[in-house]
Write a protein that binds this ligand. Structure first.
Ligand SMILES: NC(=O)c1ccc[n+]([C@@H]2O[C@H](COP(=O)([O-])OP(=O)(O)OC[C@H]3O[C@@H](n4cnc5c(N)ncnc54)[C@H](O)[C@@H]3O)[C@@H](O)[C@H]2O)c1
Length: 347
């Protein structure tokens, strides 16, 4: 009998396709032995197209998928994640779940507790943790020559993803997506703010809703106080400018270094200027050459997930990391609901 790792998919949409292609690119399928097992999506045509492209078998139910795999990708819309994770935990499967983990922080906490109690390898789709640009920026920030971080300006904008190549109407349905740009998209940014600067102690936020979809804010601004004394701002917007699919610009002011991440989320450029007048800018292959060695493993989140599962060790970023981001996003929503009142994060 083969010892190959059987991988199943719940959901066969945009992000499932991304992970499937990324698994192929990672090379772990042949290196470590992976069998493409079942895929289920209530949209049968999607499941069939996905299966045909990647070599999966179309299943009639999520239970069929879960009963015939060792590791499962949960790539459904957000409201489905907690229930499907609980079923995967019952079966002792390794789990890759997309972000956000859930619509509520309480549910995300429960999911993290379940996988931890069962001792299952678990990973979440906070993929920027493996970005060359963000890892190089962190290296520049952590360099003692830079001094302490004083402030960060984090801007993230994209066209509202119910159009264009996303075309996902569920992102306008509060019951399925939970909320708008802050939870659905900028949970990545909150995670990167923690990654780059550190723990967050207090937030104050405002949100607005220009498109008018119930409960789906399309602008969020937050003022952030980090535990180490740095402060910063996050601006997240879903507009109608189809020329801007997903663009981030991050400026970090340290005492003696200014750092900018822009352009491509993975390949930069990352530019910096020091108080002695020294400047630098790296992108593409030149960035890869210096930043790849900083990563624990490769840039490929899917290859690293499979490697961790096969080796029976923890993967990262894990559910516990995602819960920290959920708690901050939650604090921002509570602040906005109270007219921008200061909200403290308890430790
Ligand atoms: N990490 C990232 O950068 C990133 C990017 C995009 C989406 N996401 C997340 O991935 C998830 C899916 O987003 P998407 O863009 O792929 O959406 P999508 O609409 O392209 O695909 C979601 C699919 O889930 C299917 N589905 C719904 N309920 C299901 C169920 N019970 N069982 C099986 N399939 C079911 C839908 O029919 C749909 O085909 C969301 O949580 C989203 O926030 C993460």
């Amino acid at each position: 009998m083969s010892n190959d790792l059987r991988i199943g998919f719940l959901g066969a949409g945009l992000i499932a396709t991304y992970h499937s292609k990324s698994l192929r690119r990672s090379g772990v399928e042949t290196e470590l032995g992976v069998v493409r097992a079942g895929v289920y999506d209530p949209d049968r045509e999607r499941a069939e197209a996905f299966a045909a492209a990647a070599g999966h078998r179309v299943c009639d139910s999520e239970d069929d998928v879960l009963d015939s795999c060792d590791a499962v990708y949960i790539c459904t819309w957000t409201s489905e994640h907690p229930r499907q994770v609980a079923k995967a935990v019952e079966r002792g499967l390794a789990i890759f779940c997309e972000k956000p983990l859930a619509i509520t922080t309480a549910a995300a906490e429960e999911m993290a507790a379940q996988v931890a109690a069962a001792g299952l390898t678990n990973q979440v789709g906070l993929v920027l943790r493996r970005s060359l640009a963000y890892n190089w920026a962190k290296h520049l920030i952590d360099d003692p020559a830079a001094g302490r971080v004083m402030t960060v300006v984090f801007r993230d904008d994209q066209f509202i993803p119910i159009q264009g190549h996303y075309a996902s109407t569920w992102r306008a349905d509060k019951a399925l997506v939970g909320a708008g740009t802050l939870l659905e998209h900028s949970i990545h940014d909150v995670d990167m703010l923690r990654f780059l600067v550190g723990d967050i102690a207090r937030v104050s936020a405002n949100t607005a809703n220009f498109h008018g979809h119930d409960g789906i804010e399309d602008v969020a601004n937050a003022t952030i106080a980090f535990a180490d004394g740095a402060i910063g701002t996050l601006t997240s917007v879903w507009h109608d400018n189809l020329a801007r699919p997903s663009l981030r610009r991050v400026e970090v002011f340290c005492e003696r270094r200014h750092i900018v991440i822009e352009g491509d989320d993975w390949y930069g450029p990352v530019s910096w200027t020091d108080s002695d007048g020294a400047t630098g800018s790296l992108e593409g292959e030149a960035l890869e050459a210096v930043a790849l060695p900083l990563l624990d493993g490769s840039m490929n989140p899917d290859g690293e997930f499979v490697r961790a599962v096969v080796e029976g060790r923890p993967a990262h970023p894990d559910f516990a990391t995602a819960v920290e981001a959920h708690r901050i996003v939650d604090a921002m929503y509570r602040s906005a609901a109270a007219g921008g009142e200061l909200v403290h994060l308890s430790r």
